[in-house]
Design a protein around this ligand. Structure first.
Ligand code: AKB
Length: 311
């Protein structure tokens, strides 16, 4: 039985991925880890500090883990508060996983990169897989460096590390924490709670986004496709749809005209301005048949429906 380990199981992506994997495979074969004391899930759980190699190796060997999904990271906005800590966590935890793969202790790894690898000097629209990349945040710098290390390990040591450059992820079960795209989740919570929402980005800030179901499907697809099909050894551009705060708020206001959204940009505006408006994901489409199923309307409908049930 192939056992899979999730690092960062309690976060926005981890919560959904652990649910998905435990439905798809034997639930005893999915092992969860996070820095938090306890898990929200019923699956096997261990508290783990991902920068501690020995602790990680112990868990991997104890359960004979074959695949790691390494999702733990400090995101773009939070990362600017403590750049050194962000670099240490994001890079050391990745190195720990890369070493496990290099030493053939695990067979396959998934590690998310992000659109934060692009910066002010990258093209803004339909941003290509290969272009100028000078990230302006420490999170982006750690993701771009991480991508280069993944490619290096894949080519030099024959490891099987697979990666996607995620845009902002819109989800209803777990809130994101510390990102620049977080507004696109928060706004729905305010709407459902009938509270006013103060957005920290300007209303016309266009950013690439992806609905959570598509994000999970993309991870499943890239992890199960034949390795020979993966021409990109670093990280694939991935696209869902592009959206601005006023595009989301206009749809919500149309549903409920009493919903009030105001805009008060803070330091996150500069980060958002340095990222692309839209992403070209032709390589993902060609190599492993990627197609996003959720556009803006489907995402809004699903968020409203699911949050109404949840809250
Ligand atoms: C963030 O906003 O930092 C993340 C990301 C786009 O990687 N959601």
């Amino acid at each position: 039985m192939c056992r899979r380990l999730i690092i960062g199981s309690e976060g926005q992506l981890g919560t959904e991925l652990s649910r998905f994997l435990s439905n798809k495979y034997d639930s005893d074969s999915i092992i969860l880890t996070d820095i938090r004391e306890e898990s929200k899930s019923e699956l096997i759980y261990h508290k783990l500090d991902a920068i501690n190699y020995k602790e990680l190796e112990l868990i991997v060997k104890r359960y004979d883990i074959e695949e790691i999904y390494h999702l733990a990271a400090i995101l773009s906005a939070k990362g600017e508060e403590n750049p050194k800590m962000t670099w240490d966590l994001n890079m050391t935890s990745l190195f720990n996983v890369l070493e496990l793969a290099k030493n053939k202790i695990v067979k396959k790894v998934f590690w998310p990169s992000s659109i934060s690898v692009f910066g002010n000097t990258s093209p803004k629209n339909n941003t290509n897989q290969f272009c100028v990349m000078e990230p302006d945040t420490i999170y982006g710098i750690s993701k771009l460096s991480g991508e280069r290390w993944c490619e290096y390990y894949n080519i030099k040591y024959g490891t099987d590390i697979r990666s996607l450059r995620f845009p902002g992820i819109i989800s209803y079960n777990t809130l994101p924490g510390g990102g620049t795209t977080d507004y696109a989740v928060e706004i729905f919570y305010s709407y459902i709670r009938k509270e006013n929402y103060k957005c920290f980005l300007k209303k016309d800030t266009l950013l690439p986004m992806l609905f959570i179901d598509d994000a999970i499907e993309s991870i499943d697809k890239i992890m199960t496709v034949n390795r020979n099909k993966l021409s990109i050894k670093s990280s694939y551009n991935l696209s869902g749809f592009s959206v601005s705060p006023d595009m989301i708020s206009n749809i919500l206001i149309e549903k409920d005209p009493s919903f009030i959204v105001s805009f008060k940009p803070d330091f996150r505006q500069d980060i958002a301005d340095s990222w692309p408006n839209s992403i070209n994901d032709d390589h993902a489409k060609k190599d492993w048949g990627w197609v996003a199923k959720f556009d803006l309307d489907k995402t809004v409908n699903s968020m409203v429906k699911n949050l109404k049930i949840k809250i």
